[in-house]
Design a protein around this ligand. Structure first.
Ligand SMILES: Nc1ncnc2c1ncn2[C@@H]1O[C@H](COP(=O)(O)OP(=O)(O)O)[C@@H](O)[C@H]1O
Ligand SMILES: [Mg+2]
Length: 159
């Protein structure tokens, strides 16, 4: 097969993958559930980077309201993208836990650490969007620097 043709196929496939994850309610989420969708996304996105990502899930399936699951998925994508783009981290951890009816998502990295200026900046639309999404489903949102190194994003909401 001609190499040009092969590139064409790869482009088409990447476009499909991109379309799948950026849709308002990606069907991967409905079909796989939130934990598997996060795993799938992380695997896709980390293929060409040197960042190690460890996933910590209390269960492989999580029964959740669709709107809440979508919000958490979107927040995860933004937090994850921020780690890849801005942190310079070598490692990140994603926690998705459910205890006593409370679902918690925590994305943490060992990078440079976010500054208070970035957090308070009205131009930080990614951060504002995450907060907005969390609040819109009755959740709470926190972002900051870890005590040792790097940053965290945390969302809690009732399942
Ligand atoms: N994990 C992170 N580590 C270090 N800095 C971060 C991290 N996440 C966000 N930031 C900083 O906060 C800023 C605002 O983030 P965001 O609102 O998502 O905007 P954007 O990603 O479009 O720059 C980023 O430009 C970056 O400087
Ligand atoms: Mg961002």
């Amino acid at each position: 097969m001609e190499i040009e043709k092969l590139y064409g196929y790869t482009d088409a496939m990447m476009a499909k993958v991109k379309d799948l994850v950026t849709r308002l309610r990606p069907e991967v989420l409905d079909e796989m559930g939130l934990p598997q969708a996060i795993r799938w996304y992380a695997e896709q996105a980390l293929k060409r980077t040197g960042i190690k990502c460890k996933l910590h899930f209390t269960s492989a399936r999580l029964k959740m309201d669709k709107e809440k699951a979508t919000s958490l998925y979107r927040i995860f994508q933004e937090a994850f993208t921020n780690v890849m783009r801005h942190s310079g981290a070598t490692r990140m951890d994603v926690f998705l836990t459910k205890r006593n009816g409370e679902v918690k998502l925590r994305v943490t990295d060992n990078g440079s650490g976010i500054t208070d200026e970035d957090i308070g900046d009205m131009k930080s639309l990614g951060i504002l969007g995450m907060r907005e999404r969390a609040v819109s489903v009755g959740g709470s949102f926190a972002i900051g620097r870890n005590a040792d190194s790097g940053s965290f994003v945390e969302v809690s909401l009732s399942a």
